[in-house]
Structures are given as C-alpha cells and as structure tokens.
Design a protein around this ligand. Structure first.
Ligand code: MF3
Ligand code: CO
Ligand code: CO
Length: 285
C-alpha cells in the first residue's frame, strides 16, 4: 500500500530522510546483523546452503519481521548464498557451481572444507529495510581465500570511512577501487550498492569504483548500501542459466561484504553493525 513520501528528494533523485527515521533503519539493520551473527555457527563442511536459508527464514519469522527477497522479482528465498566463484545472487539449495580449484565430485548444495561463502539477508521491520552480507568459511580457508576476504572487508570499511556530508559517491568508489587494485585484486563493475529506506532499491547506484569528487554530493539523511564484490582474478561476471547466479567469468574466487549506512551530520551511522562484533569471520569488525 502507498504511504505518504518521507523527507525530500535531491536534484539527483536521492531521498533525504528525517533524523527520526534513523531509529527505524537502526532496528531493521540490527535484525539483519543479528541473523548474520547467528548463522555463523551453522556454517561448516557438510552443511547445505538450503538448510542455512531455512534457518534464516525461521529467524526472520521468529522476530516477527518480513523477508525483503522472498517474492522480489520472482526470487523465492530469504537469503542469497554465494559460494567460491559465485559473485552474488547465489540461490540457496541449488547445486553449487564448479570452480577452478574445486574438489571433484560436488553435485549438490553441500559445503566442502575450505569453501568461502557470502550470505546476504534483507529484512523489513516496521516498513524499514535492513540489508547486509558477510563472508563465512566452511572449515579451514586457503591462505589466498583468507586474503581475499580480508581485502574485501577492508575495502568496504575504507568506503564507509569516505561517508560524510560534502564528500561525493565518487569518493566512496575511489576509496574502494584504489585499495583493492593496490592489492592486485579487482572490483566487480556489474553490480553496485543502492539507496534504501522504506524501499529495497532506490537511487543512487553506489558504484564501488570511481574518481574523487565525481558523482552526487553526500547529504545528511541519505540511506544507502555499500557492498563491494572483489575478485582474485578479472572483474568480469556472467549470469548462469537460472537467471540469478552471477559468477566470475575466469572462475577465480570472489568475495563481498555489505553494510546499510546513513549519512549523519558529521559522518556515518552503520545500521547493520554486528552486535557481537562478528562482521569479519576471523577477526571481528
Ligand atoms: N540483498 C541483495 C542486495 O544487496 C539483493 C538480493 S535481490 C534477490 O541488494 F532477489 F536476489 F534477493
Ligand atoms: Co544491497
Ligand atoms: Co544485500
């Protein structure tokens, strides 16, 4: 049902929310973060992505909240689970695509020792959207996989550090891209972050690459996600026949972290911060 629009729109079509709206985003973001905290203990070799999604679904229901992804453009699950060279939008319960260094014999959605995976959850609480994703490891990661996870995590944090009134979206993208490429890894261009609030996806497109000082100027009251995808190899992606699963074209590993944030008077509020300080799988925030 339609509701009266909140706040106002900038000339770039970006919604500026009221100070009182931060509380709603905080509550939604916190639930997404708690679910991502709690799923961690279930990620292990032998677990299936279908079962992990079922646990996410149950947690959203128990909290009295709604999944933003079930029914979204025909998507049928409460999470996206993207394993190894899956860049994003991996479908839980479906066969995990084979990648370059895969152990032969995988033919279902069961996690193997050393797999890395992103779990992405978006919830709606009192009409507000909380969207976050993080990396997890089944068993023991290979050193190169661990380094990819760390670089991707730090890239998101460098992007968030660029969030304050007066900076531009190009500053965010540049902070992420220059760091990642300095580590000899690549930033995916085919997917981006997005405005959110009372809706799932709204202007602007938040690019994870760019030039300083370009793009729309950040203003207090903007709500959006930053969700860089980083590849060990080349940045190009390809969508599988299921029309959802995005994989790296060169079959190298990919990682992603996502926070929902709001621009405050002097900086940023991270709505999806982990209450248990478990955002990073091995070293906390
Ligand atoms: N949560 C994803 C995002 O970060 C979107 C998932 S769309 C879905 O924007 F349909 F795949 F669920
Ligand atoms: Co998002
Ligand atoms: Co997401």
């Amino acid at each position: 049902m339609d509701e009266p629009a909140r706040g106002r729109l900038t000339k770039d079509g970006i919604r500026i929310y009221e100070t009182s709206d931060f509380a709603g985003m905080h509550k939604a973001g916190r639930l997404a973060a708690m679910i991502l905290d709690e799923i961690a203990e279930h990620v292990e070799p032998g677990a299936t992505t279908g079962r992990l999604d079922q646990i996410v679904t149950n947690k959203i229901e128990t909290a009295g909240a709604t999944s933003a992804t079930i029914g979204y453009k025909g998507y049928q699950h409460a999470s996206c689970i993207s394993v190894n060279h899956v860049v994003c939008h991996g479908i839980p319960g479906s066969k995990i695509p084979k990648w370059k260094n895969d152990i032969p014999g995988r033919n279902d959605d069961t996690l193997l020792d050393g797999d890395i995976l992103n779990i992405d959850v978006t919830v709606i609480v009192d009409g507000w959207y909380g969207d976050s994703s993080r990396m997890y490891v089944a068993g023991k990661p290979k050193p190169y996989a661990e380094r990819l996870i760390q670089v991707t995590h730090d890239a998101l944090m460098k992007g968030i550090e660029a969030v304050k009134p007066g900076n531009t979206f190009g500053d965010i993208g540049h902070a992420i891209q220059s760091y990642v490429e300095g580590q000899r890894m690549s930033v995916v261009r085919d997917f981006c972050g997005h405005g959110l609030g009372r809706v799932f996806h709204a202007p602007p497109n938040v690019l994870h690459y760019g030039r300083p000082g370009t793009g729309a100027v950040l203003e207090e009251g903007m709500f959006f996600t930053i969700e860089p995808m980083v590849n060990l190899g080349r940045p190009e992606t390809r969508i599988l026949a299921d029309d959802w699963t995005a994989v790296t074209r060169d079959k190298t590993l990919s990682a992603q972290f996502e926070h929902s944030v709001g621009v405050t008077a002097d900086g940023v509020e991270i709505f999806t911060r982990s209450p248990a300080n478990r955002f990073h799988p091995t070293y906390g925030e």
